[in-house]
Design a protein around this ligand. Structure first.
Ligand SMILES: [Mg+2]
Length: 262
């Protein structure tokens, strides 16, 4: 008999942990970050999938945790915010960042103010421990934004810059969506499962790699070079995928393969 038939060691059980980015993945990107719209049935569909996955469902985003709570209310999911700088575990506990880094991020945002005064179409998103400078409404300022961000971040070598879609961000060195995914995977209810991470942007690459190094798969939405092993087309496909992964988990549960061994 094969391993699959005997359930012997080595046969991969079908339990999954699902991680997803927010902007451009669960919702379409908007002109301004505050203008994103959540599809009518998204919250229900996430709640249903999360339940079928035994709550092994988390959002890993560049946004702050509070912002995700706002958009997905009344859901209170495990969330890693600000590119891994903030994290709410499945048990609800929040991992706090060093207050000095939070203060330094505020100072960094203040140093961008002269640039904003000259260019009102640019948007600075202030986060606890991180800063994003958006130029979606003024793409001609891309270079100016990159230079300004480099200048603003120069006073504190604890930050690194990451570029996304029409945005440049400063985040604490050593933290990323990949470190956030790994942290979740060390905890219940994620530990022992196979991670799937879905994202659309360059800052998601760390999490694709982390998921794949842990035996799972990265799924890239849209075009562009990527380390992800799979690719899907659009936000609607992500919604269908989440629903499908939930259904697959429920079916696996019925054949006894759902729960990780205690
Ligand atoms: Mg995104």
């Amino acid at each position: 008999m094969s391993d699959v038939e005997t359930g012997a060691a080595g046969a991969a059980p079908a339990y999954l942990a699902v991680f997803t980015d927010f902007d451009g993945t669960l919702v379409e990107i908007a002109e301004r970050p505050e203008d994103v719209e959540v599809a009518a049935n998204l919250r229900e569909s996430i709640a249903d999938a999360a339940e079928k996955l035994d709550s092994a469902f988390a959002v890993i985003t560049g946004r702050e945790i509070d912002v995700i709570d706002h958009y997905l209310s009344p859901l209170h999911l495990p969330v890693a915010g600000a590119h891994g700088s903030q994290r709410r575990r499945a048990d609800g506990a929040i991992e706090e960042l060093d207050p000095e880094i939070v203060e330094a991020a505020d100072e960094l945002a203040r140093r961008l103010e002269p640039l904003l005064a000259d260019n009102p179409d640019l948007i600075v998103e202030r986060k606890r421990g991180a800063v994003a400078l958006h130029y979606r409404q003024a793409p001609e300022f891309e270079q100016a934004c990159k230079v300004a961000m480099r200048e603003a971040a120069r006073f504190d070598d604890r930050f690194e810059l990451v570029e996304g879609k029409m945005v440049i961000e400063a985040r604490p060195k050593g933290l990323s969506k990949g470190t956030a995914l790994r942290a979740f995977m060390r905890e219940e209810p994620f530990a022992g499962r196979i991670p799937v991470f879905i994202g659309d942007d360059t800052t998601d690459e760390d999490a694709f790699i982390a998921a794949q190094e842990l035996g799972g798969v990265g799924i890239k939405l849209g075009a562009g070079p990527t380390a992800a092993r799979m690719r899907i087309a659009d936000v609607a496909s992500v919604h269908a995928l989440i629903q499908g992964l939930g259904d697959i988990a429920a079916r696996a549960g019925r054949i006894g393969g759902q729960h990780p061994p205690a």
